[in-house]
Ligand binder design. Structure first.
Ligand SMILES: Cc1cc2nc3c(=O)[nH]c(=O)nc-3n(C[C@H](O)[C@H](O)[C@H](O)COP(=O)(O)OP(=O)(O)OC[C@H]3O[C@@H](n4cnc5c(N)ncnc54)[C@H](O)[C@@H]3O)c2cc1C
Length: 318
């Protein structure tokens, strides 16, 4: 079986979902997965990774601060030591910081933000969006090791794996770049990149005073994050961390609800690979309807409360 090394992020001992999906991608591609996990709580996370499909976990211990270059050296070391054919990380802020450094250390190319992964006897292929999602490119790599980041929500996480052998290793502590502080987002809301449901608002919401309608619908789902178009972020109605699109975040949730968003190409670039797209817009000719699976032509101020009630009623029936 082809060995694939997967860098796993964790928060307080819980592996993040995007990393579990990355293991799922590796397993679906027929790989035998060696997960690399680091940071405070890594040992707790290591114990949970077998269930998600890792056969072995390398637990890097002893690093008091996160350093992407030191971590990349450790990951590249594991790849070389095991003769692994591929290295994967989730396309999160940390994964995007570490994986290119690993590729550089291994002197190979990197395919970023891939949405499919296939492996034929160690020859990997992956799909990634080009031209803001208008084209999908199927790419391989001729390097000795295939390095890629996987788009969150594009792959399924495994939930019924087995148990993993856990090996401890001293983490490198001589990194040149060191993260000195991480600020937790206020309110503990789901991140727009990771949530399975995203309710996004655009200029059609008229102003920040109406955002409670977006938040109410997100809350009714229970597992939704709120997103926004750039027009909204530029107007200061919502923080940049919620912006979806070319100059914001790329999301691929199970369900994306675009409310009062026209569907400019730069917005589509960030959400068109969502599994199901619902558009609510009072203009039946709005471009967003061209990519939508379901469309509601109507005033968001009326449609949103009705939709929120419908979701709540459905949940109450369960
Ligand atoms: C280099 C570059 C990068 C960019 N990056 C991004 C990006 O990352 N993300 C992004 O989103 N944009 C980005 N943009 C901006 C993009 O081109 C659009 O200007 C922006 O997406 C428009 O936002 P919007 O759809 O909210 O607003 P608008 O285009 O103004 O659309 C508002 C929509 O709301 C509808 N509407 C109005 N009232 C109601 C109502 N009561 N009920 C229902 N519908 C209603 C209207 O019919 C309209 O379709 C970028 C642009 C450039 C040039």
């Amino acid at each position: 079986m082809t060995t694939i090394v997967v860098f796993v992020e964790q928060n307080s001992g819980q592996p993040v979902r995007a990393s579990l999906e990355c293991i799922g991608a590796a397993r679906a591609a027929g790989g035998s997965v060696v997960a690399v996990v680091t940071g405070a709580g890594a040992e707790n996370a290591a114990a949970a990774l077998g269930k998600s499909g890792a056969g072995k976990v390398v637990c890097l211990t002893g690093a008091t601060q996160h350093s992407p270059d030191a971590l990349a050296r450790d990951c590249a070391g594991v790849v070389q030591e095991l003769g692994a054919k591929a290295f994967l990380a989730a396309a999160t802020a940390t994964g995007k910081d570490v994986a290119p450094r690993v590729a550089a250390l291994l002197d190979v190319t990197i395919l970023s933000d891939v949405t499919t992964l296939a492996n034929a006897g160690g020859a990997f292929n992956a799909t990634r969006a080009w031209l803001g999602g208008k084209a999908l490119a199927n790419l391989g790599s001729s390097g000795a090791v295939f390095v890629a980041t996987t788009r969150p929500n594009a792959f399924a996480a495994l939930e019924n794996g087995g148990t993993a052998e856990v090996v401890k290793k001293n983490a490198s502590t001589d990194g040149k770049a060191v993260v000195t502080a991480i600020e937790a987002k206020k309110g503990g809301k789901l991140d727009v990149k990771e949530a399975p449901v995203v309710v996004s608002g655009g200029r059609g919401m008229k102003g920040p005073e109406n955002w409670n309608l977006i938040e109410d619908l997100a809350a009714a789902f229970g597992n939704a994050a709120t997103g926004a178009s750039r027009a909204v972020v530029d107007s200061g109605w919502r923080p940049h961390g919620e912006q979806v699109g070319q100059t914001g975040k790329t999301v691929a949730p199970q369900l994306y609800i675009a409310v009062g968003i026209s569907g400019a190409i730069q917005h589509l670039a960030g959400m068109r690979t969502s599994k199901v797209i619902v558009a609510i817009n009072k203009d039946a000719e709005a471009p967003i309807f061209k990519v939508a699976d379901y469309g509601i032509v109507g005033d968001a101020m009326e449609v949103l409360p009705a939709l929120t009630k419908a979701v709540k009623d459905l949940k109450a029936q369960k």
